[in-house]
Design a binder for this molecule. Sequence first.
Ligand code: SF4
Length: 217
Amino acid sequence: MLFEGCAQNGGFGEASVMQLIAVKAEQRRTPLNMHLELTYRCNEQCVHCYCVVEHGKEAEAAKRELTYEEIVRVLDQLAELGCLYVTFSGGEVLVRRDFFDIVEHARRRGFVYRVYTNGIGLTEERARAVVEQAGLLLSLSGKGLPPPLPLRAVPRRGYVDVDPAFTQIWATQVDMGLSDYDLFFTVGHNIGRPGCRAPDLGLDWVAAEQRVRARAG
Ligand code: SF4
């Protein structure tokens, strides 16, 4: 959504809601985003990794990690400071037995959180627990949702089209599983607009920005 010089963003000209929030957060010294490395332990040992703990030394490394209670305290303090986003990272977060309790606390405190994981150790049971907590699922292109998990039960399911025109044309030829979704985003800003020659498939496409940006200076 863009506010274009309206009352809410007086002085900022054309700015997205997120840009306005970021400016306010900077003015108030609010830590809007937090990146928490919960562990340096991992079930892999990739040669390029900067935080790998040698296998066999995990127990030693675990002693130096924040405990569940300490992480809960950090999350509570962040919530009180106005932080909105938390990224949980490692190492591999799933090696922590309390990982899902940590996530549950973040959810209760209202954070938008994301998780970096290599997926090893994500059993079907654990994956189901994650899916059952989700409020929004976003698929970056691809086809419909695979059946093994209850993905279709997530309340809002968004399809993010990063191949504009191709996606819509393919969908006229093959079943892309688009009926699994109820929100449709596209980086093709002309999709669905008058004069666009790609079919809109009768869907309400919302224009989305590509998240790759160049920064000057
Ligand atoms: S944290 Fe990621 S990059 Fe590092 S060893 Fe584990 S899987 Fe590999």
